[in-house]
Structure formats: structure tokens, C-alpha cells
Design a protein around this ligand. Structure first.
Ligand SMILES: [Zn+2]
Length: 395
């Protein structure tokens, strides 16, 4: 860590940047203090950064989607913001009077940046609970009564439009979102994705719906193969057995729907005991009964249905869907304050004008999960230079 001792104090914050030079000793590390702001080359909008370790300079947009773009940054950010707010690709194209393909291309580039950002910030997350659900993107059509649920399901069997969501119900953090078939291959991939986001020693209470494949996928992830000891000295070794981790808690929620109406909700504790499950839920004033189950599904659905409505209007195929969800995941976790998470201010803050004083501080799921300390703007996320490896400081 280099701390400048001479001259006036540095005015420009370079703490979020890293040197991209592969031959530099400080390459890829954020916050080593080796970078200086070097002014705007040719009067351009972006600053140049100078690495004092290797004397190389680079633009502050290097590696982001705004690098080398001739379009104004505000325009790109606003296009992405329109998509994040659910205007859809055609609607956004009309607002900005451009070709829909231009918007689609912009979304593709943004999704790449957002996926890298998600991977960089969502790791070693400590949660007490994780809820996994599969929802389908045609949700809104069913709601409006245009398509019957059976019809929609049949249609979706053929098209890969299931959206898999994992959420921490306490912080409302969306741990993982994926799009695909409701097949055997998809479940392990998704559980693997969730396990990668969580800290290695974190074994949360997991709740899924009654989908059988989730169980198989969980089993392979949360338990070792154990070689039982021999009963007597001679003879063949006994076959290894799979043992679930002793702290693993897993419950399934099985819902029966008839004529688009929920007729029965049953729960089944698969690993652990009902007491242990309720022990995790008790501090929140919850317990594993039908009311609770409806509540968690509601909170996932409230978030996802809104997006389902947005996403289903475009139907750009699996890639387009995945890009929309990548945008939504970051936007929801980092940029959108949730009313249910807001924190009281120690002192009410006066507002401009004649309105009453503000009582609350906005709070995002990422803040509730302790991943960051502020509400991010979309501009900040899009301009964030994602370092090549995890950093000790976080964001
Ligand atoms: Zn350098």
C-alpha cells in the first residue's frame, strides 16, 4: 500500500481502480495506492489514470462497456435504465428513436458487464436461509386469464422458459437467477450456482418446492461420501455411503393446485428436524406452516412476477431472457431500495420545500446482506471496472 507523503492531497479518488498492465507488480489489485489521476486526454470526457509502479497510463473506462464508445454515456445508461425498469426492447427503441437491434446489442454488452459484476461481488455470502423456486416467464399471461395454467405449462415444456430463482428471504438478496428447462440437468447446475455464491462453511436452511430433482441436486452438493469401517478384519471393504452434512436443513413445500386455485400446501422436512427448522425461523417470528410458505412464495413472486411481466413481452429467446435477468438481478440487488428493508434515520432529515422530514434511509438487498454500504446507481455499476480476481476489501 503506497501512501503519498508529498505535495497537496489527491483530489481524485482512484481507490476503485487497478493497473491492467500484465507485467506490473500491482496488476489487478484494487486499493494499493499506485494510481494517479492524470487529467483528460485531448479534452475527452474520461480521465486518464497513471500507474506509478510501471509508469503506464490507461483510461478510466478501460474494460467497461463504455470504453471506446462514441455515443454519449448518459444515453447508454438511460437505455439500460429503461430496460431495467421494464420498458422492453421495442419500447426502449421507440423512446430513443433507434433500431431495436441496437438496443438488443446494448443489452448484450451490458449483460456481460453485469454478469462479471455479479460474479465479483456475490461470493462468500452468509445467509441463514435460501429459498429456491422455479417460476415460468409466462406468469403474467396466466394471471390475465389469456392462457390456462395447463396450457402454459404444456407450452413451456417445449420452450426453455423456466426461471430459477434463489433468494435470501431476510435480506431479499437474489442469490442466483437462471433460465432453462425444468429438467434433471438444470437442477444440479442451479444448485451449484447457488453453492458458489454462498460461503464455503455456510449451510443455510434450504427450502424448495416439491420438485424431485432439487433433492438429488442438493444431495450431491451438501454431503460427503463416507467409507464405513470394516466390521471384521478380513473380507472386502464395505461400499461407501453418502451422508448428508449433520447441519444440513432442508424442507420441501408441496403445493396442490386445482383449477388455478391452491387447494393444499404440505411441507416435508427432508433433512434435519422440524424443531431445528423452526429454530432458524423463530428469530424472525416465522415458523414452517402454510402461512409461512405462502409468505415466502409471495416475496419471491412479487419480485419475479414484475419481471416476468416485463420479460415475457420480448421473448428474444433464451439468450435475451438470460441477459434481461442478469440486468434485473444487479438492478434489484444493488440499485433498487426496498421499502420493506428501509432503516430508520437517527435524526429525521429535512427535505427541500415544505414536505415533512425524511424518517427513513433507503436500503437495498446488497446493503442488508452486508455486501456494500450504499445504494448504487446504474451508471456506477456500468462504469465499475471489474478486477480480474477477488479483492479483500469488497465493494
Ligand atoms: Zn502498473
Amino acid at each position: 500500500m503506497l501512501v503519498p507523503t508529498r505535495g497537496r492531497r489527491r483530489q481524485v479518488d482512484t481507490s476503485m481502480h487497478f493497473c491492467p498492465n500484465p507485467d506490473c507488480a500491482s496488476r489487478g489489485w484494487v486499493g494499493w495506492g499506485t494510481l494517479r489521476a492524470n487529467g483528460h486526454p485531448n479534452g475527452g470526457p474520461w480521465r486518464q489514470r497513471l500507474c506509478v509502479a510501471c509508469r503506464r497510463s490507461f483510461l478510466e473506462t478501460l474494460g467497461t462497456l463504455l470504453h471506446g464508445k462514441r455515443v454519449s454515456v448518459e444515453r447508454i445508461v438511460r437505455v439500460i435504465a429503461c430496460l431495467a425498469e421494464g420498458l422492453g426492447i421495442r419500447g426502449t427503441a421507440r423512446v430513443f428513436e433507434v433500431d431495436p437491434n441496437t438496443v438488443l446489442q446494448g443489452l448484450g454488452e451490458a449483460a456481460e458487464q453485469l454478469q462479471a459484476f455479479s460474479q465479483h461481488v456475490l461470493h462468500d455470502v452468509e445467509v441463514r436461509q435460501g429459498h429456491l423456486a422455479e417460476l415460468f416467464a409466462l406468469l403474467s399471461a396466466v394471471k390475465a386469464g389469456e392462457v390456462s395454467e395447463a396450457d402454459a405449462s404444456e407450452r413451456l415444456e417445449r420452450s426453455p422458459q423456466w426461471v430459477w430463482v434463489a433468494m435470501d428471504p431476510e435480506s431479499k438478496l437474489l442469490l442466483a437467477i437462471d433460465v432453462g428447462n425444468r429438467t434433471r440437468a438444470m437442477a444440479p447446475r442451479f444448485v451449484h450456482h447457488v453453492a458458489q455464491v454462498l460461503a464455503p462453511d455456510c449451510a443455510p436452511l434450504l427450502l424448495t418446492d416439491g420438485f424431485r430433482e432439487s433433492l438429488t441436486a442438493l444431495l450431491t452438493h451438501y454431503g460427503p461420501w463416507v467409507q464405513p469401517p470394516r466390521r471384521q478384519a478380513p473380507g472386502p471393504a464395505p461400499t461407501p455411503r453418502w451422508m448428508p452434512l449433520p447441519e444440513l436443513l432442508y424442507a420441501q413445500v408441496v403445493k396442490t393446485v386445482r383449477h388455478r386455485r391452491l387447494v393444499r400446501v404440505r411441507h416435508r422436512v427432508v433433512f434435519g428436524s422440524l424443531e431445528a427448522v423452526n429454530h432458524v425461523l423463530a428469530p424472525l417470528g416465522w415458523h414452517l406452516n402454510t402461512a409461512f410458505v405462502e409468505r415466502i412464495n409471495l416475496s419471491i413472486r412479487q419480485q419475479v412476477a414484475a419481471v416476468g411481466r416485463r420479460v415475457s413481452t420480448l421473448c428474444q429467446g433464451e439468450d435475451g431472457l438470460r441477459q434481461q435477468w442478469a440486468l434485473y438481478q444487479v438492478y434489484d440487488n444493488f440499485c433498487l431500495p426496498h421499502a420493506s428493508l428501509r432503516q430508520p434515520l437517527p435524526q429525521p432529515e429535512p427535505t427541500n420545500g415544505t414536505g415533512s422530514a425524511t424518517q427513513w434511509r433507503p436500503w437495498t438487498p446488497a446493503m442488508a446482506a452486508g455486501l456494500t454500504d450504499h445504494v448504487w446507481t446504474l451508471r456506477e455499476v456500468l462504469l465499475y471496472r471489474v478486477p480480474p480476481w477477488p479483492q479483500p476489501a469488497g465493494v
